[in-house]
Write a protein that binds this ligand. Structure first.
Ligand code: 5RP
Length: 227
């Protein structure tokens, strides 16, 4: 039986085989995405030519270190394929993302890509999203007012993200509120409600964006789920 990290590694390696010569590739953020980036870098060393658009400062650093050509998002005429991990993946291929705090850039790049592919180990698959607290990126100004408004639309607990005893700050200088909604039956409606609150920048709900999921099972079997 493979460990969770071994499953992520296999999913990442499989996803890297879907990249073709000349493509512009959106690079996700997180441990699964890091495995994909390493596998892509190995193909680049063998002669594959790609340009990459990273979804975070961390990913930009890793891709650059590994010899992948990185370009600015605004300079990409097109993004052929974007590949990323997720915190939860429903069987309809809706996602919760943002455990790693990069969902704003991740969503902008996934939305721009011609094809957005999500990868995960089997434990990421869920019938209903919501066990993983939903990350919501907010501007620092008035964040407690936003917290109250999210509670008022039915969230049990809204927690300001803290790392190493300091408020977590995203690459875009925002805060993250981790929102414990429990089972999310209507992700689209919830996303709209959250985005109508002034001060909310983006949510970790990725609805209708992923066209394919690459899932690795504990026995090493890779499954591709299409939308
Ligand atoms: C970062 C993310 C990640 O994709 C998500 O947290 C999954 O991470 P990992 O691949 O480490 O399990 O959304 O913002």
């Amino acid at each position: 039986m493979l460990s969770a990290d071994e499953m992520k590694q296999k999913a990442g390696a499989h996803a890297a085989t879907l990249v073709n010569n000349g493509m512009t590739v959106g690079l996700g953020t997180g441990s699964t995405a890091n495995h994909f980036i390493a596998a892509l870098a190995a193909r680049v060393k063998e002669g594959l030519r790609v340009n990459a658009v990273p979804t975070s400062v961390k990913t930009k650093e890793l891709a650059t270190q590994l010899g992948i050509s990185v370009i600015e998002f605004d300079d990409a005429e097109t993004i052929d394929i974007a590949v990323d991990g997720a915190d939860e993946i429903s069987y309809q291929l809706n996602l919760i993302k943002g455990g790693g705090g990069a969902m704003l850039q991740e969503k902008m790049i996934a939305h721009t890509a011609k094809q957005f592919i999500v990868m995960g180990d089997e434990t990421k698959m869920v019938v209903h999203l919501g066990k993983f607290p939903l990350p919501v990126e907010v501007v620092p100004y008035g964040w407690k007012q936003v917290q109250r408004k999210i509670e008022a639309i039915g969230c049990d607990k809204v927690v300001l993200r803290v790392r190493n005893e300091k408020t977590y700050i995203t690459d875009h200088q925002h805060f993250i509120l981790d929102c414990h909604f429990g089972e999310i039956r209507e992700p689209d409606k919830l996303n709209s409600k959250l985005k109508s609150i002034p001060g909310v920048v983006e949510t970790g709900l990725f609805i209708g964006l992923a066209k394919k999921a690459i899932i690795c099972h504990p026995d090493g079997r890779i499954e591709e789920l299409d939308e």
